[in-house]
Design a protein around this ligand. Structure first.
Ligand SMILES: [Zn+2]
Length: 64
């Protein structure tokens, strides 16, 4: 499956196909990121707490 041009926000690590982060409303997006995690239930996810994620979605583990 070909991956569309996905980019990760340097600020909140959210992965998006838009030119702007829908969460931070900033353009601090990078196409260089490692690892993808999908947070379905941020309130009950240790990883989400560690990464300060409060909104469900697809996130990059590391943004370069
Ligand atoms: Zn963001």
């Amino acid at each position: 499956m070909a991956r569309d041009k996905e980019r990760a926000c340097r600020n909140c690590h959210l992965i998006t196909r838009k030119n702007i982060c829908p969460q931070c409303k900033t353009h601090t997006l990078s196409d260089k990121f490692d690892g993808i995690c999908i947070i379905l239930d941020p309130e009950n996810s240790e990883l989400a707490k560690k990464m300060n994620i409060t909104v469900a979605g697809k996130y990059a583990l590391r943004v370069r």
